[in-house]
Design a protein around this ligand. Structure first.
Ligand code: UDP
Length: 329
């Protein structure tokens, strides 16, 4: 009998790629999303499949799923700094109340649950690269605090369910990940720079661009998450690509990649923007026998082609199609 998995945030960037992967592995997949930041187009190709169901539901409300569940992946959350500013309370609620509901459901169904945590639990890190032992440097009351603290609470309650109820739990600390289906207008650096290049605008580097990030291609991320779910390891595991680059050098890479002659302009650095970020993935290497395979050059080419394939109209704005007949409410 096929294994059954619930994926929250299924219409989002990572959630939709995870749906694809678990469908490919022969699972029955239930995708759930309230569509505040997700886009049904990301799972359009799955909606007609027999072994895929979509539930339009907000996980911060009580959740019920009929039948057995073997696994839950909790990936519902806004995930970009401009979303935290626009929908801070939903961000806090999905990481806290939403996680509580997912854990309760996992307990009820005796299912194993993996939660999407983040490199943001390390805040603006004073340890470099960041390993899982580091407690982080987070400003709870800053603009990013709503995401960071929700995710830290999420880790905490997940460990409590593991220790107190013996629930099988997994925690992935996800570092910057990119690829097709990122939201063009979500404000994050990769869609922002590519969108600007495609529209013939200047690239906006925040601060002096000396801050660093380490970008992981989505297929590598999904492979890491897949292996972690099937492992027996319940402490947090960093999943990311250690290949670090400054944002200024990255802007130059994008100009090369797109073959445009865009200029770089400098804008104010947002508050609490981490100065450096690089995962130490020794734990993932040891426990999951995993490390990224896709170079930034290759991953960025695929991602650029994806954004280029969007129509001119979509480049300005991506609108939701009507999928209502396929949706369970
Ligand atoms: N950034 C930038 N220009 C943009 C968007 C982002 O210079 O148009 C910078 C941002 O200040 C940060 C880095 O790129 O230092 C990565 O930002 P992103 O929002 O992608 O994710 P973060 O890692 O900060 O959560």
């Amino acid at each position: 009998m096929a294994k059954r998995i619930l994926i929250t945030g299924a219409a989002g960037f990572l959630g939709s790629h995870l749906c694809d992967r678990f469908i490919k592995e022969g699972f029955e997949v239930i995708g759930m999303d309230n569509l505040i930041t997700g886009d049904l187009r990301n799972i359009e190709h799955l909606i007609k499949l027999k072994n895929f169901e979509f539930h339009h539901h907000d996980i911060t409300k009580f959740v019920h799923v009929a039948g057995k569940l073997d696994y839950i992946l909790h990936f519902a959350s806004p995930a970009s700094p401009i979303d935290y500013l626009k929908i801070p309370i939903q961000t806090l609620k999905v990481g806290s109340i939403g996680t509580l509901h997912c854990l309760g459901l996992a307990k009820e169904k005796n299912a194993r649950i993996l939660i999407a945590s983040t490199s943001e639990v390390y805040g603006d890190p004073l340890v470099h690269p960041q390993n899982e032992e580091y407690y982080g440097n987070v400003n709870a009351i800053g603009p990013r605090g709503v995401y960071d603290e929700a995710k830290r609470f999420q880790e905490s309650i997940t460990m409590a369910y593991h220790r107190f109820h013996g629930l099988e739990t997994r925690i992935a600390r996800i570092f910057n990940t990119y690829g097709p289906r990122m939201r063009l207008n979500d404000g994050r650096v990769i869609p922002a720079f590519i969108g600007q290049a495609l529209r013939g605008e200047d690239l906006t580097v925040f601060g002096d661009g000396s801050q660093t990030r380490s970008f992981c291609y989505v297929d590598d991320q999904v492979e890491g998450i897949y292996r972690l779910l099937l492992s027996d390891f319940s402490d947090p595991v960093n999943i990311g690509n250690p290949n670090e680059i400054s944002i200024l050098d990255f802007a130059k890479e994008i100009i090369n990649l797109t073959g445009t002659d865009q200029k770089i302009i400098f804008k104010e650095l947002p508050q609490d923007d981490p100065l450096q970020r690089q995962p130490d993935i020794s734990r993932a290497r040891d426990i999951l026998n995993w490390e990224p395979q896709v170079s930034r050059e290759k991953g960025m080419k695929i991602t650029y082609e994806y954004f280029r394939s969007l129509s001119a109209e979509e480049l300005q704005k991506r609108e939701h199609k009507d999928f209502s007949e396929h949706i369970r409410r």
